[in-house]
Design a binder for this molecule. Structure first.
Ligand SMILES: O=C(CO)[C@@H](O)[C@H](O)COP(=O)(O)O
Length: 226
């Protein structure tokens, strides 16, 4: 089985929106591997965040990978705009439309990495016929829409099953929601290698605190998977 490095992806949903450029620079300086961008439409999820124009304005602030999580339905009409805005990975939800395979093909045709996300209640079987079209599986470990929620314990087994389904394919497994040192260890042991964390990283409010939080998450995850 392929072993990807542990990657820490701070979710700017928990950053100070009045100074997002500075927050992105700070968290990059603090050791973030990816920047996780939560796009919400108030329809697929009960919250609204930002769209491609904000992402485009953040692009010059870091060279870190832009990991764009689209919590929007439909997603297809907007994929090109997110690609042009500078997203490196574009993740769509399996629940967001009837043509998941087409959405993933479109993302790849735009020269971007394609991710598919599953809500906590969606079984891993939803991945079965798209595994050769994805670069990343995002396992939502909370119901999407808000930061600061509690990790859904049942997702641990789902991560394990997805890891087994993936086999030798070079697909990364990302987890998002309620990720703190304890749950980072649980998720990494089950097979996740990309850890999205919002409140656990941004709550400190300074580069030093971001660095400490990122290092702790990384160390706990690396130790847990041995
Ligand atoms: O996508 C989402 C929520 O929908 C996440 O990215 C949250 O932003 C994670 O926040 P924490 O649970 O880490 O505070």
């Amino acid at each position: 089985m392929m072993t990807h490095p542990i990657r820490i992806a701070p979710s700017i949903l928990a950053a100070d929106f009045s100074k997002l450029g500075q927050e992105v620079r700070d968290v990059t300086q603090a050791g973030a591997d990816w920047i996780h961008l939560d796009v919400m439409d108030g329809h697929f999820v009960p919250n609204i965040t930002f769209g491609p124009d904000v992402i485009k304005s953040l692009r010059p602030h870091t060279q870190a990978t832009f990991d764009c999580h689209l919590m929007i339905a439909p997603a297809d009409p907007f994929l090109e705009a997110f690609a042009k805005a500078g997203c490196d990975i574009i993740t769509v939800h399996a629940e967001a439309g009837p043509h998941l395979h087409r959405s993933l093909q479109t993302v790849r045709s735009l020269g971007k990495k394609a991710g598919v996300s599953l809500n906590p209640a969606t079984p891993e079987d939803a991945l079965e016929y798209v595994l050769d079209t994805v670069d990343l599986v995002l396992v939502m470990t909370v119901n999407p829409g808000f930061g600061g929620q509690k990790f859904v314990d049942a997702t641990e087994e789902k991560i394990r099953r997805i890891k087994a389904m993936i086999g030798s394919r070079p697909i990364e497994i990302e987890v998002d929601g309620g990720i703190a040192p304890e749950t980072a260890a649980v998720a990494a042991k089950a097979g996740a290698n990309v850890l999205v964390a919002g409140s656990a990283i941004f709550k400190g409010g300074s580069v030093e605190s971001y660095r400490g939080a990122i290092e702790t998450l990384r160390a706990r995850a690396e130790k847990a998977r041995g």
